[in-house]
Write a protein that binds this ligand. Structure first.
Ligand SMILES: *Cc1c(COP(=O)(O)O)cnc(C)c1O
Length: 426
C-alpha cells in the first residue's frame, strides 16, 4: 500500500509484526550471533542479506533510512553519521582518482570545501558553475572524465533554487547521474527524483531532525541510472570488486540496488561513518512531525520575508517565495507548497549595522545551526567568515551585511516583533 507523504512521515519505515514494539526499537548492539560460520560466510559474501556488525548495517538505522527512501520516492537508501559523510559517499561511490565533478557554485560551504579541496587531494577534479547558468554554460563545464553533477535544491546559505530538470537533462546527455542535496526543502516540499535527479542526499541534522539534537545524513538512490549502459565510465559499479569476491554491483544488484549496496559494502566498511542507532531513533522522532513543522517553517519564512521587504532599514531580502526574488519562477515550479524557513537579508549601514541588529535580538539565538524548531540567526561576516575583509566577502558571494535568519516554528508575530525591536536600534 502506498501512502501520502504525511502518512509516510508518521507510519513509514518500521512496520511491527504481531506483539512487536510499536516504536522502532533501538538495536544498541555492535554485533550479531550466528549458529554456524557457514551462515555468517554467506552474509560476508553478500549472497544473503542479514546483520553482523553495526559499522555496515543496523536494523534501527535501516528502518529510518527506509522511511526517508519512501518520502523521496527512491529505490534504496542508507543513513550516514553526518550530511558531510552523505555527500562524500554519494560522490566517491561514483568517482575515483582521475574523475571530474561538475557542481553548482551555490552550495553549502562544507560541501564546497569537500569537493574543491579535499576531493582534489584524492585526484578528483571539479568545475563550478553558476546555479543560474544557461544550458550552454553548463555543457561547457563537462570534460571526458566528468562522472557526476552536483547541486542543492535550495542552496545554503545563498538560497538559490536549482533548475533540477535542466541539470538532469545535461547530466544525462553526458551519460552521468545528477546528485542533489535536498536538505532545505526536504521531500515534504520537493522530490528531486521526480524531476530527473538520480541520487538525493541530506543533512538530516537540519529540518529532518529539526530539534538540534542529532547530527546525521542520508543518501537515497532513485534506481534510475543505467550504470551498465555507461560501463566504461563507472568501473567501480560495473567491473568485479575483488575486495568482495568479484561482485559486480550493477549486474548482481541491478540499477535499483547497485549504488546503495556498493556504498554500504565498500565505503561504510572502509570509512565507517555509520550513525549510532540512538541518533537514528532521535531522527525518526523528528521525521514523525516533519510535514507539520515544514508547513509552519514556510508560513513563518513567508511572513518574515514580507515584513523585511517593506522595512525602511532593510536594504535587501532573499526568499524564493517572494515574487521579487530572482528564483521566484523556479520556486513556483519546484516548490509550489513552499521552500523552507530560511530568509537572508541585509541592513542599511553594512557590517557594523548587521552586528548591532544581531546583538539586539532577544528570542532568535545566534547559532551556527540552521533549520531548527527554534528561530536562530547567523551573521557570517562577524562569525564563520570573520577573518575576511569586505572585499573578500563580496568575492565569496557573502555580503558583509548578510544576516541569515532561520525561522523556527514559533508564532510569526513573535519572530517579527523580535526583529522589529532589534532593527529599531539602528
Ligand atoms: C549542514 C549541511 C550539510 C552538512 O551536514 P552536516 O550534517 O552538518 O554534516 C550539507 N549540505 C547542506 C545543504 C547543509 O545545510
Amino acid at each position: 500500500m502506498t501512502y501520502r507523504k504525511e502518512t509516510e512521515c508518521v507510519q513509514g519505515g518500521w512496520q511491527p509484526g504481531d506483539a512487536q514494539p510499536r516504536q522502532v526499537p533501538i538495536y544498541q548492539n555492535t554485533t550479531w550471533r550466528y549458529a554456524t560460520s557457514e551462515h555468517m560466510g554467506r552474509l560476508f559474501d553478500l549472497q544473503e542479506s542479514g546483520y553482523f556488525y553495526t559499522r555496515l548495517q543496523n536494523p534501527t538505522n535501516d528502518a529510518v533510512a527506509d522511511k526517508i527512501r519512501q518520502l523521496e520516492g527512491g529505490a534504496a537508501a542508507m543513513l550516514t553519521s553526518s550530511g558531510q559523510a552523505a555527500n562524500f559517499f554519494a560522490l566517491f561511490n561514483i568517482c575515483e582518482a582521475g574523475s571530474h565533478i561538475v557542481a553548482s557554485s551555490a552550495i553549502y560551504g562544507g560541501t564546497y570545501n569537500l569537493i574543491a579541496v579535499t576531493m582534489a587531494k584524492m585526484g578528483i577534479e571539479s568545475t563550478f558553475v553558476s546555479p543560474s547558468c544557461t544550458k550552454e554554460e553548463l555543457e561547457a563545464a563537462f570534460r571526458p572524465n566528468t562522472r557526476a553533477v552536483f547541486g542543492e535544491t535550495i542552496a545554503n546559505p545563498a538560497l538559490a533554487v536549482l533548475d533540477i530538470e535542466l541539470f538532469a537533462q545535461v547530466a544525462h546527455e553526458h551519460g552521468v547521474p545528477l546528485v542533489v542535496d535536498n536538505t532545505f526543502p526536504t521531500p515534504v516540499n520537493c522530490r528531486p527524483l521526480e524531476w530527473g535527479a538520480n541520487i538525493v542526499t541530506h543533512s538530516t541534522t537540519k529540518y529532518m531532525d529539526g530539534h538540534g539534537a542529532a547530527v546525521g545524513g542520508a543518501i537515497v538512490d532513485g534506481g534510475t541510472f543505467d550504470w551498465m549502459a555507461h560501463a566504461s565510465k563507472f568501473p567501480g559499479l560495473c567491473t568485479p570488486d575483488e575486495s568482495y569476491h568479484g561482485v559486480v554491483y550493477a549486474q548482481d544488484f541491478g540499477n535499483e540496488g547497485a549504488f546503495i549496496t556498493k556504498a554500504t559494502a565498500q565505503l561504510m566498511r572502509d570509512f565507517g561513518s555509520i550513525p549510532s542507532p540512538q541518533n537514528a531513533f532521535i531522527l525518526n522522532l523528528g521525521l514523525e512531525s516533519l510535514h507539520v513543522r515544514m508547513a509552519q517553517h514556510c508560513k513563518n519564512g513567508e511572513a518574515v520575508a514580507q515584513y523585511l521587504a517593506s522595512h525602511p532599514k532593510v536594504s535587501w531580502v532573499r526568499y524564493c517565495g517572494l515574487p521579487s526574488d530572482p528564483y521566484y519562477a523556479l520556486a513556483q515550479k519546484y516548490l509550489p507548497n513552499g521552500g523552507c524557513g530560511v530568509v537572508s537579508f541585509g541592513v542599511a549601514g553594512g557590517r557594523a549595522a548587521a552586528e548591532k541588529v544581531m546583538g539586539g535580538l532577544k528570542m532568535a539565538s545566534i547559532a551556527t545551526h540552521v533549520a531548527d524548531a527554534r528561530t536562530c540567526c547567523l551573521h557570517p561576516a562577524s562569525s564563520t567568515h570573520r577573518q575576511m575583509s569586505d572585499a573578500e566577502l563580496e568575492a565569496a558571494g557573502v555580503a558583509p551585511d548578510l544576516i541569515r535568519l532561520s525561522c523556527g516554528i514559533e508564532a510569526a508575530e513573535d519572530i517579527i516583533a523580535d526583529i522589529d525591536q532589534a532593527l529599531a536600534l539602528l
